[in-house]
Ligand binder design. Structure first.
Ligand SMILES: Nc1ncnc2c1ncn2[C@@H]1O[C@H](COP(=O)(O)OP(=O)(O)OP(=O)(O)O)[C@@H](O)[C@H]1O
Length: 259
């Protein structure tokens, strides 16, 4: 049960955005991809989804090359929450979340799936809205929601698809402090139920709550492993050019940049 990048290089505009990356993402674990601006985080995430052609290497899902899978299978198994995910403005939140069931309700994106049941869908949609604390928003149109509220609806839509992996690009954008913490807690709950979670995160103190970190620098993996292995002063200096002290507070790692 793994999503794996073998020796992956992605070249954009003649420059390697991601270079010879080897990394394994297990299900049942929250992984965070961190690194400075332009390090290749979003590019790696999109490559893992099969959205960006590889210059070299391959991506496999349970040892099957991603490029051999139909698009419908990929999108059912791997959900993507992009930065500022576009949502239809005039549609109510519940119907937007229902769109997340699309891959289950249609076969190859073309034919109605005879196994799909409306009652099951309704319960799954309801659960996704509850988990993301978006139930009170369910009957409101997207155009009336704040940035953080939209983000929660977008997350509920991704969850409604019951993917094996959830890949999120800076999901805490727009979220207030309480929801950022809630999001991480919630992603851990999903991982405990067997989902693989991969999130691009900028906030290192939030990333410290992940199970597994991948620190990218100039397209390369500078360090990977547990937060305690990756979040070291030497690694942060090398990646961000910043001196930082790492301490523990209530058992959690705390990264404080020095002036
Ligand atoms: N469409 C594109 N065409 C050309 N170069 C690109 C393109 N998209 C990204 N790049 C370049 O690839 C590199 C990696 O970009 P990427 O968006 O993956 O970085 P990132 O780590 O996600 O950055 P950020 O933290 O700023 O979002 C950067 O140098 C960027 O300028």
């Amino acid at each position: 049960m793994t999503l794996r990048a073998y020796d992956v290089t992605v070249t954009l505009a003649d420059r390697p955005a991601v270079s010879t990356v080897n990394v394994t993402f297990e299900r049942g674990r929250v992984s965070a991809i961190i690194g400075p601006n332009g390090a290749g985080k979003s590019t790696l995430l999109r490559a893992l989804l099969g959205l960006t052609p590889l210059t070299r290497g391959r991506i496999t899902l349970d040892e099957r090359p991603l490029h051999e899978m139909r698009r419908a299978e990929r999108t059912r198994r791997l959900a993507y929450l992009a930065q500022d995910e576009p949502l239809p403005e005039h549609v109510v939140a519940r119907d937007v979340v229902a769109l997340g069931r699309g891959a289950h309700d249609w076969l190859w994106g073309l034919l109605p799936n005879p196994k799909a049941r409306e009652a099951d869908d309704a319960a799954i949609i309801q659960a996704a809205l509850e988990k993301t604390d978006a139930l009170s928003l369910a009957e409101r149109t997207i155009g009336t929601l704040s940035g953080g509220e939209r983000q929660r609806v977008a997350l509920a839509r991704a969850l409604a698809g019951q993917p094996e992996y959830l890949l999120l690009d800076e999901p805490t954008n727009h979220l207030d402090l309480a929801y950022q913490i809630d999001l991480l807690r919630y992603l851990h709950d999903e991982a405990e139920e067997g989902m693989g979670v991969i999130a691009v995160l900028h906030d290192l103190n939030l990333a410290a709550r992940a199970d597994h970190l991948i620190l990218l620098h100039q397209g390369h993996v500078l360090s990977s492993g547990t937060p305690a292995t990756v979040l070291t002063p030497a690694n942060l200096r090398a990646a961000y050019g910043v001196r930082a002290t790492i301490s523990r507070h209530n058992g959690r790692l705390l990264v404080v940049p020095e002036d």
